[in-house]
Design a binder for this molecule. Structure first.
Ligand code: ZN
Length: 265
């Protein structure tokens, strides 16, 4: 999905950006039947949910349920976290979800995959992280809500709700960023698309989006807009330097593959 706010501020170390989101593509999401976006000015709250299913549930299973049984256009939530602290992109930051009646435009829905009592420290850290990132992107403080604050439901369960009401304290009491949620350090790279991503002039190509999304998932601060411009090149160069590749700012076969296969450091 396209992060609607994609301003490249520059290359930052991955721990500074704090989010390592498993993209829809990475978890094998189905395409939405439709989608409607809103804007950050309309977002005022983060609404925490639980899936009320086993922690082993996959985002894809939840998506199938929402699309096939509920008839929704897509998975209902904007993001999901699992008990290992992994964060999954649902509808993303600005697409209007289907998670809390009357609060889908104002609220970013974050779902913990699990039942009452399943929320681990890692899951809480991931939720807190999403909350902080949402505030950063919105440019202001958003309200912290549990689903039951805005609807007649037990969601997100007594334990998680109590944590939300306490102000979502970062487990461990540290205010410093937690390490990124774990994600497989290496993966099989998709086939090189056969096009060298380079600029200038700025290049618009589907492969640019794929590469940008992968780099963003690795933790780089990069716009995922399908346009290979100066920001993308800066990330490319920094990555090439880090991975001891030829530093030319061009995404060719080696740099492309390394984006998937090089360990995340
Ligand atoms: Zn809920």
């Amino acid at each position: 999905m396209i992060p609607a706010v994609g301003v490249v501020i520059g290359v930052t170390a991955r721990w500074e950006i704090s989010l390592d989101i498993i993209t829809r593509k990475e978890w094998g999401a189905r395409s939405p039947k439709s989608k409607t976006s809103t804007s950050w000015s309309k977002r005022t709250e983060v609404v925490v949910h639980y899936s009320e299913g086993p922690p082993s549930q996959t985002p894809r299973q939840i998506q199938n349920f929402h699309m096939d049984s509920r008839g929704w256009s897509d998975i209902g939530y904007n993001f999901l976290v699992d008990t290992k602290g992994r964060i999954y992109e649902g509808r993303g930051w600005l697409v209007i979800g289907a998670h809390a009646t009357g609060h889908n435009t104002s609220g970013i829905g974050v779902c913990m995959i699990g039942r009452d009592g399943d929320a681990t420290d890692a899951a809480k850290r991931a939720i807190r992280w999403l909350y902080d990132e949402a505030c950063r992107r919105a440019g202001r403080t958003l309200a912290k809500r549990g689903h039951r604050d805005v609807g007649s439901t037990a969601c997100p369960g007594a334990e998680l709700y109590a944590w939300v009401k306490k102000g979502m304290p970062a487990p461990g009491g540290s205010s410093s960023p937690a390490p990124p949620p774990s994600k497989p350090p290496t993966a099989k790279a998709p086939k090189w698309p056969g096009v060298y991503l380079t600029q200038p002039p700025m290049m618009r190509h589907a492969a640019a989006r794929t590469w940008q999304a992968r780099m963003r998932a690795r933790g780089w601060n990069i716009a995922v807009d399908g346009v290979y411009g100066p920001g993308s090149e800066a990330v490319c160069r920094a990555f090439q330097k880090e991975k001891r590749l030829q530093v030319d700012g061009v995404v060719g076969p080696k740099t492309w593959a390394a984006a998937w296969t090089a360990p995340v450091t």
